[in-house]
Design a binder for this molecule. Structure first.
Ligand code: SER
Ligand code: ZN
Length: 513
């Protein structure tokens, strides 16, 4: 008994090194929701394909789900499936099958705000990182990419607006005062990017014409009374779309882009494909009372989520150890955007202040971890200032070392090579090396070592000859599990100024320590 009990309470450690490709792929998923706050029926049709020459069964993650029905190729084979803890295990003989499941969930009692939940009369979802398994049985890992078709049906009076990812293919009335909408997202995506919203919402609508001349319908969905507070978010969205075209060559890909503001939300916002969901505080600004800081925060978060459409959605993460691949890069992109929109110097000071206030203490404490961690027990705990903000600084250093043009060549190559794939941080660095013609072997230490490096600088002016000598050295402090550190390449922009006059003596130079 004691053994069993302690085995049960030993948390499962997930290691980056233990990554294995998925045993089964799910190229297509069709979901059917009979929405009801107390009892929502979810039927899922998964087209599954064996990945490789193994004989292992299909394993579908679940969290607090009970299967009401499981069929394989239309047949109810009770011997073919079983539950292993929360996981639904299905034995499959061939390489291609249609697996259908049905569950019932209760959004109104879902207080974790992960999966499908109720917020202020709305039904909405949050699936990153592992919330999709609270909606239906599925291989809930970011390297399983599927084309989603979603049919939503709900009471027409309570939930007049039904939104999901992609394009709306159909809508109409259903029996008993209900109505439905059918959505299809043509872009394969991991299930953490699935989203759905049902409720009584009104839209601030606008359009954006892309660089290739396509017209995108934009909607920011809020309670009708909040519509006047959405103007700034809409301006920020259009500015973000234009900026990503101009600076990174990234064009938006669907015909629709929707944002929904909800009152109860764990994160600031979420980049679900074509249907971003926001904590209302990052959408709504009352022109009478909002401060400059409120406006800037809204623009920054709108840009961040929009930019994820390429850095995160079109190219996603292979596993959650790669979280900084999308988050560090996207934070860097939103920082660049905000700098361009306002004062670059003020923005940089704000970002460095935030880094020093939140990330430096993390890096100096018991929870210090590299931007690409080696192991985790609970991925939800890794949405940290290190992954996000230090991750952004690492990308910023890469850009400084390579220079603007080579960096852009590197991001172009990265997007081109990995479009539609689940990639790794290593893939990103390799694209930078290949496009930039640089050797980033030592730079990779930024991905493996935790801790804030300290740089010492001493300047000695030589008494004659108008010369000065600058000596630089670095040390990286030990962090838990990493007693000894290797030096990391640190780019420093250096200029010499006259001590009395303050005037520049010579050009600014880049030194890589
Ligand atoms: N992926 C979300 C975001 O960064 C949640 O943090 O925007
Ligand atoms: Zn993000």
């Amino acid at each position: 008994m004691l053994d069993a009990a302690s085995a049960f309470s030993t948390p499962l450690v997930i290691r980056r090194e233990a990554y294995r490709v998925p045993d089964w792929l799910v190229p297509e998923i069709a979901l059917d929701f009979q929405l009801d706050p107390a009892a929502t029926r979810v039927r899922a049709r998964l087209t599954v394909r064996r990945n490789g020459g193994h004989r292992r069964p299909l394993r579908l993650d679940g969290d607090a789900l009970a299967p009401l029905a499981v069929t394989v190729d239309g047949a109810d084979l009770r011997d073919a499936w079983r539950l292993d803890g929360e996981t639904l295990v299905v034995d499959l003989a061939g390489d291609d099958h249609l697996v259908e499941t049905e569950v019932q969930i209760a959004p109104e009692t879902n207080s974790q705000l992960m999966g499908l939940y109720a917020s202020g009369g709305l039904l909405c979802t949050q699936c990153e990182a592992e919330g999709f398994r609270r909606i239906t049985f599925f291989p809930d890992r970011p390297d399983v990419l599927s084309r989603f078709t979603v049919r939503m049906e709900a009471d027409a009076a309570r939930f007049p607006v039904l939104l999901s990812n992609g394009d709306r293919m159909d809508a109409g009335e259903a029996e008993g005062g209900r109505h439905y909408a059918l959505w299809r997202d043509p872009f394969p995506k991991p299930c953490y990017l699935f989203a759905m919203v049902a409720g009584d919402l009104a839209a601030n609508r606008d359009t954006f014409t892309t660089m290739s001349g396509r017209t995108i319908d934009l909607g920011i969905w809020v309670r009708a009374a909040d519509l006047p507070k959405t103007a700034h978010a809409m301006e920020a969205l259009k500015a973000s779309m234009a900026w990503d075209e101009r600076v990174y060559g990234r064009e938006y890909d669907l015909a629709l882009f929707n944002i929904v503001a909800v009152d109860d939300f764990n994160f600031g916002a979420m980049e679900n494909k074509g249907l971003n969901i926001f904590n209302s505080r990052y959408i709504l600004a009352d022109p009478e009372t909002a401060t400059d800081a409120d406006f800037d925060a809204i623009a920054g978060v709108v840009a961040h989520e929009y930019f994820h459409n390429w850095s995160g959605n079109r190219v996603t993460c292979r596993d959650w150890f790669q979280l900084s691949l999308k988050e560090g890069f996207t934070v860097f992109r939103d920082q660049q955007f905000s700098a361009d929109q306002g004062s670059p110097a003020v923005k940089r000071i704000e970002d460095v202040r935030a880094l020093r206030a939140a990330q430096f203490p993390e890096d100096a404490g018991p929870l210090a971890h590299p931007i690409r961690p080696e192991s985790y027990i609970e991925i939800a705990n890794f949405y940290t200032a290190t992954i996000y903000n230090k991750g952004a600084e690492v990308i910023r250093m890469l850009r400084l070392i390579l220079g603007e043009e080579k960096f852009r060549a590197g991001t172009d190559l990265y997007f081109e090579r990995h479009d539609g794939e689940a990639a790794t941080c290593e893939d990103f660095i390799a694209a930078m090396e290949d496009a930039g013609g640089a050797d980033l072997t030592r730079f990779r230490r930024w991905y493996t070592q935790a801790g804030t490096p300290r740089v010492r600088a001493s300047l000695i002016a030589e008494p004659t000859g108008g010369r000065a000598r600058l000596s630089l050295s670095q040390s990286v402090p030990p962090t838990p599990g990493q007693p000894d550190k290797q030096p990391m390449p640190i780019p420093l922009r250096i200029a010499l100024l006259g001590g009395r006059t303050g005037t520049p003596l010579g050009e600014e130079r880049l030194v890589v320590l």
